[in-house]
Every structure is written in structure tokens, then in C-alpha cells.
Write a protein that binds this ligand. Structure first.
Ligand SMILES: *Cc1c(COP(=O)(O)O)cnc(C)c1O
Length: 370
């Protein structure tokens, strides 16, 4: 955590989000002179041996952390997760009549709206988790109205805004190729990459700074990337050029690489998964044991371990909570702009002590205002 004077500041921002202190300190030390090169990573050619090595190691470490099989390619692209809504459709649905899409919250809703642009493919709504801005449960995979012949079925495993997560991830059996937006949960728990055709994630939630987007794609799907797709949006071109089709987001990739090494030092994904489960359960317990002072209406089996949303009985109290918390070093607890309320994003880099400090404050605030 950062500190102001002597007290710690815990950053609960949903994204761009908290990064491990140790990573930022390393970056600070290396800012002007990376590894004796006399250059900053920010100012060196993306084709230099030094940067190529940074990219290579970031890729290898991510592969190791998520146990990514050899027949999957890893790309670090630009444009954020939002660009993937269209890029995946242009590439993976080319020549297909239909692609399926599951809406379980704000991000998969936006994805669903955008996917239909610039494509002949019908984007079929396979499931819908609730009314606009009132998602309290996730539609289970067994309820999805899919066609196995579809190009793919797209879903979002963790809805950052609405605080919903597929804690039980869908199994691929009987489904079209699974494509998943894991922006706000990638590396938070063990997953079976082979269940997916493609996984993507913007870096700025659980990986690194904004600017890099991770795409993990099964090799055979690259055959779908038609030449008519502009090269910069074409997965196959990026893979052929080994991630150097154009200038990648070099500095965000470097920081992401430092985060991967930090994660390995924490004991890897299996270990951080345990801490994440503990952090989330403590926070939900604090909400559930508040005699209704703090409210979270998400069905228990769908409660996100990354983004914990809650509110009190009225907006004035919510605002006061956020304001007082901020003065106590509990920063960025405001909910999504159109949602209001509070949201505590407790990504990998949030230490257990940060969650405990938040729970202490919640109890104290309730004593004074309950
Ligand atoms: C933040 C977020 C996005 C959008 O990411 P950008 O990088 O801003 O395009 C998409 N999906 C999920 C799940 C997110 O959390």
C-alpha cells in the first residue's frame, strides 16, 4: 500500500486499480536505467533485444501462471477489452451465420450491443441475467439458448460493475467455442484454459496499468481470421508478427511482467486464490452481519470475489461513508457512475490487511450512523 504521512492508504479502485507496492518500487528503481542498459523501458525501441526479452519473459511467466497449453497463443494488444468486443467478432465469427452472447451485467451488455457492428453474423442473445442495472443473479450455462454450430458463445466471467461472478465456470461440453471476458478476474483463481477458445482481459484491473490487453487464443481459431479484416484488427497477423505487428504498449507490458513475477513470488495463482476467497468471505460476512445496515442483493453463488458492491438505506449515507472512508485512507470506494453505492474492488494486489481495515471502518461507521 502507499502511505500518506504514517497511515496506509488502501486503494479499492475498480480500474485502473491497485498494483503491488513492490512492483511500483522496482519500476521506480529501474525508471531511468533498466538493468544497466542506461535506458528507460519507456524510451527504448520495441524491437530492441532488451525489450524483446521483457516481452518474451512476460509471456512465459503468464503461460506458467495460468498453465496455458502450447497450442494457445498469447498477445498483448492495445485498445482495451472494449476493442476485443469487435475484434473477436470480426475474426472468430467471419463466415458464420450466428454467434451467441450472454448478458449478465454491464460489460457483457455493452459487448452484446457492440458485437453486431461491421459484421453479417447474427448476434443472438443466448441469456439475459436481469433488467438493466438490476442484475442479481447469473444465468447458468445450462439455461443458455445456444446453437452448437454458432461461431462462439461470449460471456463475461466477472461483472466488474454489478459485482457478479461465475464462481462455477461453464464447461465447454455441448457449447459452441467459449470466449470469455476475464478482465476483472484473470489470475485471481485457477482456470482450465483448454475449456476456452479465447480469453481476453484488459490489464488495468488485475494485471498492470491500462494500455495492454491480453488475448489468449487457441491456434486453430486463427484460421478464421480472414484477410479482408484490416491487419491491425487481425489476430493472425499479430501472431505471425509475434506481437510486433505495430508498436505494442511497451511500458504497460513491462509492468505487467513485474506483476507476473510478483505473483509467482506469492506462490502463484493457487495461493492467491485462497487469499482472495478469504478476503471476499470476510467482507460479505461483514455486510450480512450488519443487521441490514449494509446491503448486497446478489445471490450468494454469484457474488464476485473481486468487486464487492454494497449500499446503505439512502444515498446521503452512502456519500458520507465514501467521504469518511477516504479520509481514513480507504480510497476509491464509490460505486460505478450509474450505479451509486459502494464498490470495494479487492484484486490480487489488495492485502488482507486492507480488507480488514475496511471492515473495521464499516463497523465503526455503523456504530456512529446506524
Ligand atoms: C473494465 C472492463 C472492460 C472495459 O475495459 P477497457 O479496457 O476500458 O476497454 C470490459 N470488460 C470488463 C469485464 C471490464 O472490467
Amino acid at each position: 500500500m502507499m502511505t500518506t504521512q504514517n497511515s496506509p492508504v488502501y486503494n479499492f479502485s475498480a480500474g485502473p486499480a491497485i498494483l503491488p507496492d513492490a512492483v511500483l518500487r522496482t519500476a521506480q528503481q529501474e525508471l531511468l536505467d533498466y538493468n544497466g542498459s542506461g535506458l528507460s523501458v519507456m524510451t527504448m525501441s520495441h524491437r530492441s533485444d532488451v525489450f524483446m526479452s521483457i516481452l518474451h519473459h512476460a509471456e512465459q511467466d503468464l503461460r506458467q501462471l495460468l498453465n496455458i497449453p502450447d497450442n494457445y497463443k498469447i498477445l498483448f494488444l492495445q485498445g482495451g477489452a472494449s476493442a476485443q468486443f469487435n475484434m473477436m467478432t470480426l475474426n472468430l465469427a467471419h463466415g458464420f451465420k450466428r454467434a451467441d452472447s450472454v448478458v449478465s451485467g454491464n460489460w457483457s451488455r455493452i459487448a452484446h450491443q457492440q458485437m453486431g457492428k461491421l459484421t453479417q453474423t447474427e448476434i443472438h442473445l443466448a441469456a439475459h441475467g436481469g433488467d438493466l442495472f438490476d442484475y442479481q443473479d447469473i444465468p447458468p450455462a445450462a439455461s443458455w439458448d445456444i446453437d452448437p454450430q454458432s461461431a462462439f458463445v461470449h460471456f463475461c466471467s466477472n461483472e466488474t460493475v454489478h459485482g457478479l461472478q461465475y464462481l462455477d465456470l461453464p464447461k465447454p461440453d455441448g457449447l459452441p467455442t467459449l470466449v470469455c471476458d476475464m478482465s476483472s478476474e484473470i489470475l485471481s483463481r485457477q482456470i482450465n484454459v483448454s475449456d476456452y477458445g479465447m480469453i481476453y482481459a484488459g490489464a488495468q484491473k488485475n494485471i498492470g496499468p491500462s494500455g495492454a490487453t491480453i488475448v489468449i487464443i487457441r491456434e486453430d481459431l486463427l484460421d478464421r481470421s480472414d484477410d479482408s479484416i484490416p491487419d491491425v484488427w487481425n489476430y493472425k497477423k499479430h501472431v505471425i508478427k509475434q506481437g510486433m505487428y505495430n508498436t505494442p504498449a511497451t511500458y504497460p507490458i513491462y509492468i505487467s511482467g513485474l506483476v507476473f513475477r510478483w505473483l509467482q513470488a506469492q506462490g502463484g495463482v493457487a495461493q492467491i486464490e485462497k487469499t482472495n476467497a478469504l478476503k471476499a468471505s470476510l467482507l460479505y460476512q461483514a455486510i450480512d452481519n450488519s443487521n441490514g445496515f449494509y446491503i448486497n442483493n446478489i445471490k450468494e453463488h454469484a457474488r464476485s470475489r473481486m468487486n464487492v458492491i454494497f449500499h446503505t438505506a439512502d444515498k446521503a449515507t452512502d456519500d458520507l461513508f465514501i467521504q469518511e472512508a477516504s479520509l481514513r485512507g480507504l480510497s476509491m470506494l464509490n460505486g460505478y457512475k450509474s450505479m451509486g453505492g459502494m464498490r470495494a474492488s479487492i484484486y490480487n494486489a489488495m492485502p488482507l490487511q486492507g480488507v480488514e481495515a475496511l471492515i473495521d471502518f464499516m463497523r465503526d461507521f455503523q456504530r456512529r450512523h446506524g
